[in-house]
Design a protein around this ligand. Structure first.
Ligand code: FES
Length: 500
């Protein structure tokens, strides 16, 4: 046995186990976007004491300075005796910005008291507590999803459940505990709740095994659209908890909530809804039908699998431009020292490199690495990750347009939602072919569409009824094995604008 001191707390453990395993068992630990496979380099911890020798992965992903300062990757470093461990990952706990509650109408039958609305994203969990009578937001808080220790993407988390049932229970407990904590002083006081989330996140919250969604034919155990009790889910809510309805394994209750909040279920001209997150979900409302699909975009836009990638937090390079002399200018969130590149910065950066001739249409960089600042750079591999993500989204939009028989010129509005949707700059996104160039001027950013839909459904019975029905209008297009999508995906790999 060995003793570890972790952030001031003593932990007893057997030797030979990875630091990540030990920390996880103790309800702690850094983010592990690659699921502990030693590939992403993000599970950095500072160690001192008896640990295993540096592995090949660590030598490749950490600098000599890191290693001499005792920095290790928690998933590679094994406990050999007593020591101390300090977590170095970001802990993004912040108030949700830009939430416009004036867009919500209060007309519900819950009665008075506190209500809770939540959006469980693969990357971020957001919780809003409301005074049900006044319709006033009392608190809003978000954090990185604690389930990230099982991987950044839904597939890693589903696979973890397939390997060990304990991973399902652990992920259920993590999300329930996180929602309760984010309710702050209102935990135990809420009398009703509405929760939106993608199909996997809702499975994990409900304690249902999501393994059937990992491979074709992608069968979920439930499409939700049901009311449970807070107690059943381990939530400190004294009353009903409505889980938003899903359309399929990969068009979930976050998308139905966002689409309903944007009125896609209402009659009108063709409108597009794009949620750019770990997965790219797209919907096109036309002639009384909502055509929808989901493309595995990968978590590149959320900073995972990108060497200097990070979330949209202070210090993230969020805006990049080409200066008149051909050099790159940039701005960070909060204006401080750059510490990584977030999704919008990545899009801007590739658009600027393309415009400046430092990256060609195929995505080949003029040098293996392009430096923005000390320690903040873009690699050729990052561009390849980004290329797959943007081609998947662009080809998904192509497929919906093709199947619905709608042309880009007919699309009146395009709503951009998702983790970093509010930060996307449509111009650069159109220049690299992520979003269709003919729609410039028709994009509307909706921020956290799923959160807005969940809050709307909490405060309005009629919006909740529309949410309950929205999946009936949806026509889901499966993209895996879809010949049109496959061709479009190859066509959209080039970094160039998508025209009509
Ligand atoms: S390298 Fe350890 S979790 Fe990715």
């Amino acid at each position: 046995m060995a003793k570890l001191l972790y952030n001031g707390k003593g932990i007893e453990t057997e030797t030979g186990r990875t630091v990540l395993e030990v920390l996880r068992e103790n309800g702690a630990g850094p983010e592990a976007p690659c699921g502990g496979r030693g590939r992403c380099g993000k599970c950095r911890v500072r160690t001192d004491g008896a640990f295993s020798p540096v592995t090949e992965s660590e030598a490749a992903l950490l600098t000599p300075e890191d290693l001499s300062a005792g920095i290790r990757l928690a998933c590679c470093c094994r406990v050999e005796g007593d020591g101390t461990v300090e977590c170095m990952g970001e802990k993004a706990s912040q108030i949700v910005a830009g939430f416009d509650e004036s867009r919500l109408k209060t007309e519900h039958s819950w009665g008075s008291g506190v209500g809770m609305a939540a959006d469980i994203g693969t990357t971020t969990v957001a919780v809003y507590c409301y005074d049900l009578e006044a319709g006033k937001c009392l608190s809003a808080a978000s954090e990185m999803n604690r389930q990230r220790e099982f991987g950044a993407d839904v597939i890693s988390r589903i696979e973890a459940c397939g390997k060990a049932p304990a991973a399902l229970y652990r992920q259920q407990a993590l999300i329930a505990e996180q929602l309760n904590r984010l309710m702050g002083e209102y935990a135990g006081r809420a009398r009703a709740a509405v929760i939106a989330g993608n199909t996997t996140m809702l499975h994990l919250l409900a304690g249902l095994d999501p393994s059937g969604m990992a491979q074709s034919p992608f069968i979920p155990q439930s499409l939700f659209g049901v009311e449970c009790s807070g107690e059943q889910l381990g939530l400190r809510v004294n009353g009903p908890v409505y889980l938003s309805p899903c359309v399929s394994a990969y068009v979930g209750g976050d998308i139905t909530a966002g689409m309903t909040a944007c009125g896609l279920d209402r009659p009108g001209p063709p409108r597009l809804y794009v949620d750019v997150g770990t997965n790219g979900e797209m919907a096109l409302a036309a002639n009384g039908t909502i055509w929808c699909c989901s493309a595995a975009a990968g978590p590149a836009f959320e900073g995972a699998h990108i060497r200097c990638g990070c979330g949209s937090a202070p210090g993230a390079v969020s805006r990049v431009w080409l200066e008149p002399d051909g050099s790159l200018g940039f701005a960070t969130i909060g204006g401080g020292k750059p510490r990584g590149i977030c999704g919008s910065g990545l899009i801007d950066l590739t658009a600027a490199l393309l415009a400046g001739g430092r990256m060609d249409e195929t995505g080949r960089l003029e040098t293996a690495e392009i430096f923005l600042a000390d320690g903040v750079f873009l690699t050729q591999q990052d561009v390849r990750e980004m290329q797959l993500a943007k081609a998947a989204i662009a080809a998904g939009i192509d497929t919906l347009l093709h199947d619905s028989g709608v042309s880009l010129s007919q699309v009146e509005e395009a709503y951009i939602a998702g983790g970093f949707g509010a930060h996307i700059h449509p111009g650069p996104a159109a220049e690299i072919g992520l979003l269709p160039a003919p729609l410039l001027g028709r994009f509307k950013t909706v921020g956290n569409g799923a959160g807005l839909g969940a809050c709307g459904a909490l405060l309005s019975d009629s919006l909740r009824e529309r949410l309950e029905r929205v999946s009936d209008s949806c026509r889901y297009r499966e993209l895996s094995g879809n010949a049109f999508f496959n061709d479009a995906f190859i066509n959209r790999m080039c970094f160039k604008p998508v025209e009509e």
